[in-house]
Design a protein around this ligand. Structure first.
Ligand code: SIN
Ligand code: MN
Length: 277
């Protein structure tokens, strides 16, 4: 129990922190959620992982769970998490009123959890979903301790200001490829020269830290993650809060609502605590 570090009060970013987010494209906040809260979220993750449903996407082996989309609509607890001030507050501070565009829960499995290739999230959402502007804040909540060994997020600080549209090639149209909605190779591929150029300019960092921590990151921040070679899970939930004014344009083949929400309903802060229904 790391109770001495735990702050249950709402997260309010200082001017300095907002400046840092705008400059680097990300911000790491350690020890935001308690051990008890993370245990409860982990139990829900295990329950959802065992449930066969379209939102549950498997790794190439057809066995391990790669992603669960829409957990905030499947589970009451995750539904409360997206309304919890500690997740929602920083997004509202940066964007004003927001809706949940997508949640993505990635329980990257011990030893065999697979890679996520380099990408900017916004390029997927603009190309696949008709999102007009990158007015989104990603709130990643670490549900496991994340180390250099279990497939942490790699990021390029400051890369959210790089326009890489012309350096990203769409390999396959359509969000569904066979069994997988979301394969390890990615559908919109960043060219290697553009990656090298961006790393040369800004360097590389990895997001590691204790479970219960939060990382806010910009939807244009270039990121990836390597396979998990440790014998432990690396579970992270990514909550994508989108400004209510940033509605999606019509597209010929809209993705399901659990992948790309087209109902910009303002998220209201939770009244009460995360663990109290
Ligand atoms: C993502 O970029 O969508 C997922 C990355 C990860 O889980 O490491
Ligand atoms: Mn991503």
């Amino acid at each position: 129990m790391r109770a001495s570090h735990w702050k249950a009060e709402p997260v309010s970013l200082s001017n300095e922190q907002v400046k840092q987010y705008n400059q680097d494209g990300y911000l790491f906040l350690p020890h935001v959620f308690s051990e008890e809260e993370i245990d409860a979220l982990q139990a829900e993750t295990a329950r959802m992982s065992a449930t066969d449903m379209p939102q549950r996407v498997l790794e190439e082996d057809g066995e391990l769970v790669r992603t669960i989309y829409g957990s905030h609509e499947i589970s009451d607890l995750f539904g409360r998490l997206v309304r919890d001030e500690r997740a929602l507050g920083p997004a509202r501070q940066i964007l004003g009123d927001v809706y949940v565009f997508q949640t993505k829960l990635n329980p990257k499995a011990p030893v065999r959890g697979d890679v996520w290739e380099w990408h900017q999230d916004y390029l997927y959402w603009s190309r696949d979903d008709g999102m007009l502007r990158p007015d989104v804040v990603n709130v990643a909540v670490l549900l496991d301790d994340v180390t250099e060994f279990n497939g942490p997020l790699f990021i390029i600080p400051g890369s959210h200001l790089s326009v890489l549209e012309d350096d990203t090639v769409t390999l396959r149209e359509g969000w569904w490829s066979g069994r997988h909605a979301d394969t390890a190779d990615g559908r919109h591929k960043l060219e290697r020269e553009a990656l090298a150029r961006t790393v040369d300019r800004h360097g590389l960092e990895s997001i590691t830290g204790p479970r219960g921590s939060v990382c806010l990151f910009h939807p244009c921040l270039l990121h990836a993650s390597p396979p998990n070679l440790a014998p432990y899970f690396r579970t992270v939930i990514f909550i994508r809060y989108c400004s209510v004014g940033n509605v999606l344009e019509p597209v010929p083949h809209p993705r399901p609502e659990w992948l790309a929400c087209r109902r910009p309903t303002t998220v209201e802060p939770l009244d009460g605590s995360l663990l109290t229904a």
